[in-house]
Design a protein around this ligand. Structure first.
Ligand code: GAP
Length: 444
């Protein structure tokens, strides 16, 4: 039996992750040298690789099927879009201020009858605060020039429904996928990159015939859960949460969240919504342009219903880091390891010469060169081999290739596996195939 110190421990404290993320170059505070700016974060060298891998995995899963097309709409849109969508009038949170300590809270997240949660001071009456960022288009700062930074990518898809349908000659049911930045002036951002004011969404809107919407909703719900499982997320850390009547957004007939068990509790990772024909109906009304679909086969005209899958890229990345994080051992034997699925791991293979001697460093670097076009690799010759393995564990590199003195004669290298720490001796002529196979046939 494993002793307590050998047992694997999950992430119990977000601060450990925040400090690892900074130290190893996943996530930095934005404008840090100026003291930072609240709820904005920058992705470092490893963070951007991880983020790109998440986006690519999502993009491939959506667009490598015949019924879904991609889109990249502008962030700035006609202001009427946000009137039609309901965001100008309804995208608000109830805000209260503490009269004593001046802190701000969302009235729906605290018990206002108990006063300020920080200092027990008296709170103001709740007032509605619109979460959209406003700016001005052109040189004159006047009401007529107001535009918004989009608070969701979805509307860019709805207003392009007819364009994509015509250009890509798609028949309902079909979907449009988009990844892009969204902005919300959140009252209470926080928990690292969980709730920020600038973030990326990965959204797919699936246009279906009314009447088939319940079936498509059920199907997309399962597919989206499966996507997380296929990318290494642990099943016990994922659950569905169905929105009750009071929780449903104004546009939704039904809604499920996929929630993740973060160290700070179960929280929404992605929303799956049956938006009915609300959005197309509203745009049709405000743009005064028919958005109806004509079914050539049945000769019917109708406004499609929309099933939406809306995931936060930054939130997926945070969940991915939390899920992958493990600690083993104690004190000097402590091993922190990020057990990423190899598809998502920022670095796939590290090349390590056993010593700094030129007779080993030269061949190791030449070996690395054979891989650089295919995958992200690292080369490290500093510190002991044990320390270098630990460093790679901490950034989640699935495989380390060590070139030692024997390699010069037997033309073999040691491949060390992140999760089991097992080591194989592999012939140099077989190495590429071996690495490809191991990265592909991964299971944890
Ligand atoms: N188009 C539907 C929509 O935007 P939402 O539930 O408001 O629905 C979808 O947002 C997803 O976007 C959330 O599940 C979350 O992953 C992400 N998201 C929303 N607000 C966020 C914020 N302030 N910071 C980071 N991610 C956010």
């Amino acid at each position: 039996m494993a002793s307590d110190s050998q047992k694997t421990r999950d992430l119990d404290d977000m601060q450990k992750l925040v400090s690892l993320a900074k130290r190893r170059g996943f996530v930095f505070q934005s404008s840090e040298i100026y003291g930072g700016i609240n709820a904005c974060w920058d992705y470092g060298p490893l963070g951007i690789e991880l983020k790109l891998n998440i986006k690519q995995a999502w993009w491939n899963s959506m667009t490598r099927r015949p019924d879904i097309e991609g889109l990249d709409a502008a962030i700035l849109m006609h202001p009427l879009v946000w009137k039609a969508s309901g965001h100008v009038d309804g995208f608000t949170d109830p805000l209260v201020d503490c009269k004593k300590c001046k802190n701000r809270f969302r009235a729906d997240q605290i018990d206002t009858s108990k006063g300020c949660p920080s200092c027990k001071g008296e709170l103001t009456e709740p007032r509605n605060f619109n979460l959209m960022f406003k700016t001005f288009m052109g040189p004159v700062e006047e009401d007529a020039a107001v535009v918004y930074l989009r608070p969701e990518t979805a509307q860019g898809i709805y207003v392009n429904f007819l364009n994509v349908h015509t250009a890509a000659r798609k028949k309902v049911p079909f979907g449009i996928a988009q990844i892009g930045k969204a902005f919300r002036n959140e009252i209470t951002p926080g928990n690292f990159i969980f709730r920020t004011r600038e973030f990326e969404q990965m959204e797919m809107q699936y246009f279906v015939k009314p009447g088939s919407d319940d079936e498509w909703m059920a199907s997309w719900k399962e597919r989206r859960l499966q996507w997380y499982l296929d990318h290494g997320f642990r099943r016990e850390n994922l659950q569905f949460h169905q929105h009750g009547k009071g929780e449903l957004a104004h546009y939704a007939k039904a809604a499920f969240d996929i929630q993740y068990k973060f160290p700070f509790g179960w929280q929404e990772l992605e929303g799956i919504h049956n938006r009915t024909d609300f959005d197309l109906g509203r745009h049709q009304e405000f743009a005064k342009k028919s958005l109806e679909y004509f079914d050539e086969h049945t000769k019917e005209k109708f406004l499609p219903y929309i099933i939406e899958t809306s995931a936060g890229c930054d939130r997926s990345l945070l969940a991915c880091l939390c899920d992958a994080y493990r600690e083993e051992g104690e004190g000097d034997d402590l091993r922190v390891v990020l057990k990423f699925h190899p598809k998502l791991a920022p670095v796939k293979v590290a090349f390590l010469p056993l010593s700094k001697k030129e007779e080993l460093t030269g061949p190791t670097q030449r070996l690395q060169q054979e891989f650089v076009e295919d995958m992200v690799t690292q080369y490290d010759e500093t510190a002991s081999i044990g320390k270098r393995y630990r460093r790679q564990d901490e950034i989640g590199t699935p495989l380390c290739v060590t070139f030692d003195f024997d390699s010069l004669n037997d033309k073999k290298v040691t491949v060390r596996h992140r999760d089991t720490m097992a080591q194989d001796r592999v012939d140099l002529t077989q190495l590429k195939d071996y690495v490809r196979q191991k990265l592909k046939n991964f299971s944890n």
